[in-house]
Design a binder for this molecule. Structure first.
Ligand SMILES: [Fe+2]
Length: 229
C-alpha cells in the first residue's frame, strides 16, 4: 500500500477543517479497504485498489489546493466506491452501511463518518452540481479524472462492463447522459488547474463516447459486435 496521508498535526488529527479524522483512523480505513479490494479483486475489475488508490492520491492533491479538510477527503476517497463491493452496477447509497461500518471500526466519530458519507454522495457524477462543498469537489475531480484518462476507454472500459454486467450501449449512454451537461456547463472539473490540464482529455473522451452511441444506431455495427462477443 502507498500512502498519501498528509495530516501531520502533533496530536495526529488534521486541523485544517471543521471535520477531522485522526491519522491512525485513516491508516485503519486504508488497511481495511485494501484488504477488501484484495479479497474481492476477482470481481472488482474496474473499482479495485488501482482505482481507489488513484482517486485517493489525486483527491488529496486537489484538497491541498482548495483548502478543504484533507484528511476527510482522503478517507472519503478510500470509501467512495465500496458500494461495488456490496452490489454490482450500484449507487453510493448502496454502500452506505458498509462505508459507515468501516469508518466505525477505524474509530472515526459518527458525526465525521456522516460527513464522509455526505461528501461521497455530493461527489457522485450522476447528481453533482456546481455548488458542492470543497471536499466533494476534490473527490469529484479525482474520480472524474480517472474517467477522463485517455487510457480508460481503451484499457478499463471492458473491465467496467465485466464488473457491472452492463452492455456497451448502456455504458455509453450512462457516460454521455451523466457527463455531457457538466462538461457543457463548465464544471466538469472544479479545480482550475485540473480544468486547464485535463479538459482536452475530457472533451475527447466525451466525443468518443458520443460517437460510440451514434455508431450503435447502425445495425451493421451491432452485427459486428455480436459477431465478436
Ligand atoms: Fe470511483
Amino acid at each position: 500500500m502507498s500512502t498519501a496521508t498528509t495530516n501531520g498535526a502533533a496530536n495526529g488529527t488534521a486541523t485544517n477543517g471543521a471535520a477531522t479524522v485522526a491519522t491512525r483512523s485513516i491508516t485503519e480505513v486504508e488497511r481495511e479497504v485494501w484488504r477488501l479490494c484484495h479479497d474481492l479483486a476477482a470481481r472488482l475489475q474496474f473499482h479495485g485498489w488501482h482505482h481507489v488508490s488513484f482517486v485517493r492520491d489525486k483527491a488529496v492533491h486537489f484538497a491541498l489546493r482548495n483548502g478543504s479538510d484533507v484528511a476527510l477527503v482522503e478517507v472519503a476517497a478510500l470509501v467512495h466506491d465500496v458500494n461495488y463491493m456490496v452490489r454490482r452496477n450500484s449507487l453510493p447509497v448502496d454502500g452506505r452501511s458498509l462505508r459507515l461500518d468501516i469508518l466505525a471500526r477505524a474509530g472515526v466519530p459518527d458525526d465525521v463518518a456522516a460527513r464522509v458519507d455526505e461528501v461521497v454522495e455530493e461527489a457522485e457524477m450522476r447528481t453533482r452540481h456546481r455548488d458542492i462543498s470543497p471536499e466533494a469537489q476534490a473527490l469529484s475531480d479525482a474520480d472524474t479524472l480517472f474517467k477522463a484518462l485517455p487510457v480508460t476507454p481503451v484499457v478499463l472500459a471492458p473491465k467496467y462492463l465485466e464488473e457491472n454486467g452492463i452492455t456497451l450501449r448502456e455504458l455509453a449512454h450512462k457516460i454521455v447522459g451523466e457527463q455531457r451537461n457538466k462538461h457543457d456547463a463548465g464544471y466538469y472539473f472544479y479545480d482550475p488547474e485540473a480544468a486547464a490540464t485535463y479538459s482536452r482529455w475530457a472533451t475527447a473522451n466525451l466525443e468518443l463516447w458520443s460517437c460510440i452511441v451514434e455508431s450503435l444506431d447502425d445495425p451493421t455495427v451491432n452485427d459486428l459486435l455480436t459477431a465478436v462477443s
